[in-house]
Design a binder for this molecule. Sequence first.
Ligand code: 0GY
Length: 295
Amino acid sequence: MDKDYLPFHASPCKPKFSVPAGTVDAHCHVFGPANEFPFHPNRKYTPCDASKAKLFALRDHLGFSRNVIVQASCHGTDNSALLDALEAAGDLARGVAVVKPDISDAELKTMHAVGVRAVRFNFVKRLVDSTPRSTFLNIAAKVKKLGWHIVVYFEAADLADLIPFLTELNTTIVVDHMGRPDVTKGVDHEDFQQFISLMQNNDKIWTKVTCPERLTAQLPQDSKLPSYSDVVPFGKLLVEKFPNRVLWGTDWPHPNMKSHMPDDGQLVDMIPNIAPTTELQQKLLIDNPLKLYWG
Ligand code: 0GY
């Protein structure tokens, strides 16, 4: 792994918040193990191994029932580790793949059979080289035949430029990590309001209210982890405004964290802060991910 790479938390606490039975972790990854599933030669970072066995153990420890495993950029378009994890999990997991432009219908069908239900388009410049939008539109047309949706990952600064493309996709889209807002600007800032308007004007756009550890401006103090209170208003606003189009996930094993590594149990304990009622929790943690990935 890279010299400055932080491995995932070795012993996350047991959450105090008991998630309802059937809860889905709708954003997590598997990395390697590299001796079995080598990382991609063009990757921008080399993480620590984060095997399917460790992911499933975390799922059980947190009281979760299912996972949506997202192909990460360090594996490029080689989805072997993802497909292996999906096969092992059976009906307890679904996947989001990253595919080559020339992927065949037969390959897509094979992926569908083991549980892939979406492809991810990554626009984050530190993670991937850029892909022409026409290439993404061709991939979107291919996967639409299988009823798959598109997961997009971008930084807030790129949203304005991406809006015409997202509109042109004209399919179900899930935006990772609330579009990565700059939380120091507050929810009323025009940048986040632009994201809210996008969701308001397009009922095919969903978002993951994930990654307080990535979005926070808070730093650990005397080895105490941040409370992430500065991210709560963003997640809460989205959950309350769009209760049927939000997903929650751990983001385990939290690639590329620099300031600290979160405790996954503490992340789970934040859920009632953004989804304060049992009705909102039921939609966020169960109904919405089941509809999108198991429906
Ligand atoms: C995440 C976030 C990151 C990494 C990736 O594909 C990836 O490598 O998604 C990141 O570094 O922000 O969602 O795991």
